[in-house]
Design a protein around this ligand. Structure first.
Ligand SMILES: [Ca+2]
Length: 422
């Protein structure tokens, strides 16, 4: 891994720093507002026949530790991964305090779900191959999306993040992030889609941003609305680590845009989508109730590996990749609140709890963890379910989706599954 900046990106960085010094930093947005409602207790949707467990036989790139189990554990998916750190028992006030370690299956036989979105009691889950699984009452519908580019499901790419529009109840509009091919280049884009009137399929209605650098791995892909009404988007470094420090590249960033795909006037860099930079591959963002934005991030592969991060995101902040990692310090670079040292958990989706902690869905770590930004400690909430891609908190309950069917996990009967923690 080359962590040295090339000459060009050094120049870019000087320009970037100068820009930042000239600009006041703006506060970040608010909490994502999930529509009210609840999933009826005890209702399991009617199951369709196994809709294709995807046993992708493509060998896992040895450099892709961020989504893979360490080599020695590769054949032992059921093994209990060691928690990186343990904290004392949670207080009774915490959402996670009274969990039994049991789960209730809300939907199963899902083909690589990437996100959990709620509209009242209706659940939408984008599947990486390009459709959306809708679970409503006792039924499930696999919805297709008519769009102007072909989704590329390869490596870590495909149909990734989804965010229902804040006015979804009225507009039936949502936003998705997906991988596609442009000539021989892998790219990602953000589009707006609309559900048809009978709720059976979606169509692209607007393209917000395209040509986001992509690669077989490191495609980012989480999107979420802040309370400020802006759409935040995580991108990966597309396996070109110097791009994360290049302000003119959309790679290795957290981007911020209006619901129309424009650059907001109060973004930290004029005429730039870039909200923060120096990220290797973030796949999780959320806001605590006080409006603080947090992001998870995958650390490097190889030696040294590990160094997965939890970051508190500031407008215009430089989070260091690939210049520094772990406890390395350098002026102007913001260190993580927490990193995993030499261990890899490969954190993906995160979700804030009412108490201001963050639930963290882990792929390689095969667990759901809880991170406390005050104590900077991480503890295991549940494990033994395989790889976990996303987590959501809805009406006081915790939901997760497993990620065992994309060729990197060992699917159990019924995987992948949407689960509610009991
Ligand atoms: Ca960092």
């Amino acid at each position: 891994m080359n962590r040295n900046l090339n000459e060009q990106s050094k120049i870019s960085r000087k320009r970037w720093v100068a820009l930042l010094l000239a600009l006041p930093l703006t506060a970040c947005g608010g909490q994502t507002g999930a529509p009210a409602g609840s999933v009826p207790a005890g209702q399991s949707p009617v199951q369709t026949p196994d809709n294709g467990v995807n046993l992708d036989e493509e060998p896992v790139d040895e450099q892709e530790k961020e989504e893979s189990k360490p080599e020695a554990e590769a054949d032992n998916e059921a093994a209990d991964p060691k928690p990186v750190q343990s904290v004392s028992s949670p207080t009774k006030d915490r959402l996670t305090a009274n969990l039994t370690g049991q789960t209730e299956t809300i939907a199963d036989n899902l083909d690589t779900p990437w996100e959990i979105q709620f509209d009242g009691s209706t659940i939408y889950m984008p599947l990486r191959g390009g459709s959306i699984m809708k679970v409503q009452g006792g039924e499930r519908i696999e919805q297709s999306i008519t769009m102007n580019a072909k989704i590329l499901e390869e490596g870590e790419g495909g149909l990734l993040g989804m965010a229902l529009a804040p006015d979804f109840a009225k507009s039936r509009q949502a936003y998705v992030y997906h991988t596609y091919e442009q000539g021989d280049q892998i790219r990602n884009r953000v589009i707006r889609i609309q559900e048809n009137s009978d709720g059976t399929l979606w169509s692209e209605t607007a393209m917000l941003l395209e040509h986001i650098p992509g690669a077989r791995v490191h495609d980012g892909g989480r999107i979420a609305f802040g309370k400020d009404g802006m759409l935040y988007v995580t991108t990966g470094d597309a396996q070109q680590d110097s791009l994360a420090q290049d302000p003119s590249s959309l790679a290795g960033k957290i981007l911020r845009m209006t619901p129309e795909g424009k650059v907001p006037e109060d973004n930290p860099i004029p005429d730039s989508y870039v909200y923060s930079y120096g990220h290797r591959n973030s796949q999780g963002i959320d806001w605590t109730a006080d409006g603080t934005l947090y992001a998870s991030e995958h650390g490097p592969s190889g030696d040294p590996g590990g160094h997965d991060e939890m970051n508190q995101i500031q407008a215009g902040g430089n989070y260091g990749w690939p210049t520094v990692m772990g406890d390395e310090n350098q002026d102007g670079l913001i260190p993580p609140l927490y990193h995993t040292g030499e261990e890899a958990i490969a954190p993906s989706g995160i979700a804030a709890t009412p108490e201001g902690t963050l639930l963290v869905a882990n792929l390689a770590g095969q667990s759901l963890m809880e991170f406390d930004p005050q104590t900077k400690q991480m503890k295991t909430v549940i494990e033994g379910l395989g790889r976990i891609r996303d987590v959501a908190v809805h009406e006081g309950q915790i939901y997760i989706v497993t990620n065992n069917t994309d060729g990197r996990g060992s699917p159990s009967a019924g995987d992948d599954r949407l689960l509610r923690l009991k």
